[in-house]
Design a protein around this ligand. Structure first.
Ligand code: UD1
Ligand code: CA
Length: 455
């Protein structure tokens, strides 16, 4: 049967106390809604329809993908009313799976089971039994175990609030039945909203058996309504990623203290210390070692690279055996060949550094090409910007740049050239010779320090 997924994402999320629409808050580095849409796509449905309202502009800009259909719900009159916005465009013979934009961690497996149960039943809901059912709609079953009603916490009696089984919000139903029930919804409840959950009792009254599937892990159907729940979901996601990494053979100093906000692929015997953050697409080769509190965004680091503590790497490609940091900052366009060393307090951007070269301390290297086995002394700065334009610096193989040298670009340093410490280099430097560009040291004979006049 054909399948349409409807994602409800129109709410403002008042409990977040934010101007941003709730589903745009970041979870694992991506908007909450992105997780839901990714999961929906894995079901390979015939259509994904997103009901939106609050933060329309922000939402549409964040999700330009052409596989999505958007349905505006200008007034948020409830979850039932929200589904009704998309329903006119869904053919009668479709199965409909309703996902909530604020329930992002649900697994594909649970949804597949929900859809599968529609082969026999007209209606199915996903439930769970979390440690704390507070805030959720409670599931009411009859003596035979069939689901007969969902009662929202606000509308529930004290006794009903003791029920541990809750509504995840995710339901599956046949489009024609859903249409019939939604048409009859009323808003006689504490919030004056058209509750999607009320269709459960309608179905039960019609004698339709409602399947209540329990999620294997209550964490996967956790809703995000406030910042505490957002942090809780982040923790769940962090744990999942850590388990994935350890299953793949990665050693984690502490699985609770590594954040993967994107895709991370790893070779063998990788070690990741505490507090490391990965963003975007990161690839680590065999035996890569990432020290504590490093941030690694969209990088490709080959076998045996070592990144020491507190280094920040963005769009870096490094060959085997490079050593980076501690406290290095490598910006986009940094390409390190084999066995390159970039030490503490060194910033590099838009530069290629060839095999065996070293920049060990306190330097800025921008828009520079460095040959093999060059040694760049402490405090060397490439002056790449003249106030209007950026210029390149070329440094030949085996060059030795002394400490505290200013290389005013555009400038070229020859192979095996040596530059004396403290030089300001404004012209090209010849190969194989010593170049010094600084004032000569002199001593003033007989000079005396001034003294304070006697009182
Ligand atoms: C809802 C369920 C509750 C369930 C819980 C699970 C109802 C009435 N209640 O409660 O039984 O336990 O989710 O997390 O369904 N939305 C719209 N338009 C609206 C209202 C809501 O698009 O008019 C969207 C929201 O943006 C959100 C989702 O629907 O993504 C759920 O709405 P929310 O207000 O968070 O419902 P809960 O109170 O959490
Ligand atoms: Ca919610």
């Amino acid at each position: 049967m054909a399948l349409t997924v409807v994602v409800l994402a129109a709410g403002q999320g008042k409990r977040m106390h934010s101007t941003r629409p709730k589903v745009m808050h970041l979870l694992g580095g991506k908007p909450i809604l992105a997780h839901v849409l990714n999961t929906a796509r894995q079901l390979k449905p015939d259509a994904i329809r997103v009901v939106y309202g609050h933060g329309a502009k922000e939402l549409l800009a964040a999700f330009p993908q052409t596989d999505l259909f958007w349905h505006l719900q200008s007034d948020q009159l409830g979850t039932g009313h929200a589904v009704a916005q998309a329903l006119p465009d869904i053919p009668d013979d479709h199965q409909v799976l309703v996902l909530y934009g604020d329930v992002p961690l649900v697994g594909v497996r649970a949804l597949q089971l929900l859809v599968k149960s529609l082969e026999e039943k007209a209606f199915a809901i996903l439930t769970s039994a979390p440690d704390d059912p507070g805030g959720y709609g409670r599931i009411i079953r009859d003596q035979a175990g069939a689901v007969v009603q969902i009662i929202e916490e606000r509308d529930a009696s004290d006794e009903e609030r003791l029920i541990g089984e809750i509504n995840s919000g995710l339901i599956g139903a046949h489009a024609h039945a859903l249409r019939r029930w939604l048409d009859k919804l009323e808003n006689k409840n504490a919030q004056r909203e058209y509750y999607l959950t009320d269709i459960v009792s309608m179905a039960a009254k019609e004698g339709v058996k409602v399947e209540g599937l329990k999620a294997a892990d209550s964490k996967e159907v956790q809703g995000i309504n406030d910042k505490m729940e957002l942090a809780e979901a982040e923790k769940t996601l962090r744990h999942r990623k850590a388990v994935e990494l350890m299953t793949a053979g990665v050693s984690l100093a502490d699985p609770e203290r590594v954040d993967v906000r994107g895709e991370l692929s790893v070779g063998q015997d990788v070690f990741i210390d505490v507090g490391v953050v990965f963003e975007g697409n990161v690839q680590l080769g065999d035996r890569v070692h990432i020290g504590p509190y490093a941030i690694v965004s969209s990088c490709k680091l080959a076998d045996d690279c070592v990144v020491h503590a507190h280094s920040v790497l963005e769009s870096v490609v490094a060959g085997p055996n490079c050593e980076i940091g501690p406290f290095a900052r490598l910006r986009p366009g940094t390409e390190l060949a084999e066995q390159v060393k970039v030490g503490n307090f060194v910033e590099v951007k838009g530069s290629e550094i060839s095999e065996g070269s070293k920049i060990n301390h306190l330097s800025y290297i921008g828009d520079t090409t460095i040959g093999r086995d060059a040694n760049i002394g402490a405090g060397t700065i490439t002056c790449n910007y003249d106030g209007a334009e950026k210029h390149r610096t070329m440094i030949g193989d085996g060059a030795f740049v002394g400490s505290g040298v200013m290389l005013v670009a555009p400038v070229e340093i020859g192979k095996e050239a040596t530059i004396g410490a403290g030089s300001v280099i404004v012209k090209d430097v010849p190969s194989g010779q010593l170049t010094v560009a600084r004032a000569k040291q002199s001593t003033v004979k007989g000079w005396k320090r001034p003294t304070k006049p006697a009182k």
